[in-house]
Ligand binder design. Structure first.
Ligand SMILES: NC(=O)c1ccc[n+]([C@@H]2O[C@H](COP(=O)([O-])OP(=O)(O)OC[C@H]3O[C@@H](n4cnc5c(N)ncnc54)[C@H](O)[C@@H]3O)[C@@H](O)[C@H]2O)c1
Length: 317
């Protein structure tokens, strides 16, 4: 599979590293509004200073939109309207109406549409999925979860540099938390119970903190959990706790660690980090999933639609 990149910023750097580590995918072309970004590309990648020209000329199978969140809709629509396949960084867009327009445009043209949910591919998440499947630990019934995705983007009353290009704590990190959970809980059973957003009117972002409370159904029993996103804690803290009848599993998404605590026993800690940065590990998962889906003519639109509806429901609650 050959892909082209739109937006050569911070995340593109990790994406390019992951592409070199993933068999079956190659970066051929790239575009950024800033022509100086061409210097950040490997020598064998063609830089285009104009998106329309790249969409016309490039032989890439799909175009990865890695521009700031509030431009995803416009850029992805240009890709789709050129009859080309779009892969869009999470969140796909920032409102239900934008999502409906994108989905309709892609479906009308019978084009796959893929959302890159990198946090879903944390090694600690893969690890717990493997343990569950192999039934290595007996924790009993699954009861509840809490997920926190916090970034230090609100410091001394101002937005920090890291917030540039992001829509808000909930819009950006809510999509991360929900996508991580979607590999642990069936998201089609989840429903919003309550959404609480903190807005500071003087800041140019929609939310500095956002909380979504959800119900879910597991083995015909309804459980509850919360997704907390927060830019005000002053730290990079990304954790999911899964509570079971007989213990607790804590997945540290920032440190790639898993801690398993069976009631009455000492906790077991599993370090799942590798020699690669966490985000490279995540994008290796994104690209291997993408190439597998692409080879079957499939996409992850159904999942993306479910997760974004859960995300937007909390915003409008
Ligand atoms: N930074 C992270 O840790 C991170 C992690 C995961 C996902 N993301 C997502 O990736 C996206 C990009 O984030 P980033 O941190 O790399 O941003 P960034 O600001 O570092 O880079 C964005 C790049 O896009 C270019 N650009 C802006 N508008 C454009 C347009 N219309 N057409 C072409 N190029 C354009 C800019 O010149 C810049 O080079 C965001 O949606 C963000 O939520 C970021």
């Amino acid at each position: 599979m050959q892909i082209a990149l739109i937006g050569i910023g911070k995340i593109a750097n990790y994406q390019m590293q992951a592409i070199t580590h993933t068999p079956g995918i190659k970066l051929t072309d790239a575009h950024d509004l800033d022509p100086n970004k061409a210097d950040e590309l490997p020598g064998n990648v063609n830089f285009h200073d104009n998106l329309e020209k790249m969409l016309l000329k490039s032989k890439a199978d799909a175009f990865l939109v890695s521009t700031p969140t509030n431009t995803h809709f416009e850029v992805a629509m240009r890709v789709i309207e050129s009859d080309r396949i779009a892969i869009v960084e999470k969140p796909l867009c920032t409102s239900p109406s934008e999502m409906d327009t994108l989905l309709t445009a892609a479906r009308t043209r019978k084009l796959p549409l893929y959302t890159a949910f990198h946090p879903a591919y944390g090694r600690e998440i893969d690890w717990w999925r493997e343990q569950r499947e192999a039934r290595n630990f007996d924790l009993g019934a699954f009861l509840s979860f809490d997920t926190c995705f916090a970034d230090p983007y609100y410091i001394d009353g101002k937005l920090a540099f890291g917030a540039v290009g992001k829509a808000g704590a909930w819009t950006d990190s809510g999509a991360s938390g929900l996508s991580a959970l979607s590999r642990l809980i069936d998201p089609s059973t989840m429903q919003l119970v309550d959404g609480r957003m903190t807005v500071i009117p003087s800041l140019s972002c929609s939310q500095v903190q956002g909380l979504g409370i959800y119900s879910f159904v597991e083995q015909e029993v309804t459980g509850f959990g919360l997704v907390d996103t927060n830019w005000t804690l002053g730290k990079n803290y990304k954790t999911t706790r899964l509570r079971y009848e007989k213990g607790l599993v804590e997945l540290d998404h920032a440190k790639e660690l898993a801690t398993l605590s069976l009631d009455g026993e000492e906790s077991l800690v599993f370090n799942l980090a590798t020699d690669k940065p966490r985000l490279v590990n995540h994008y290796c998962g994104v690209f291997s999933d993408l190439t597998a889906l692409f080879s079957k003519g499939e996409d992850n639109t159904e999942l993306s639609e479910i997760l974004h509806r859960l995300l937007f429901a909390a915003l409008s609650h």
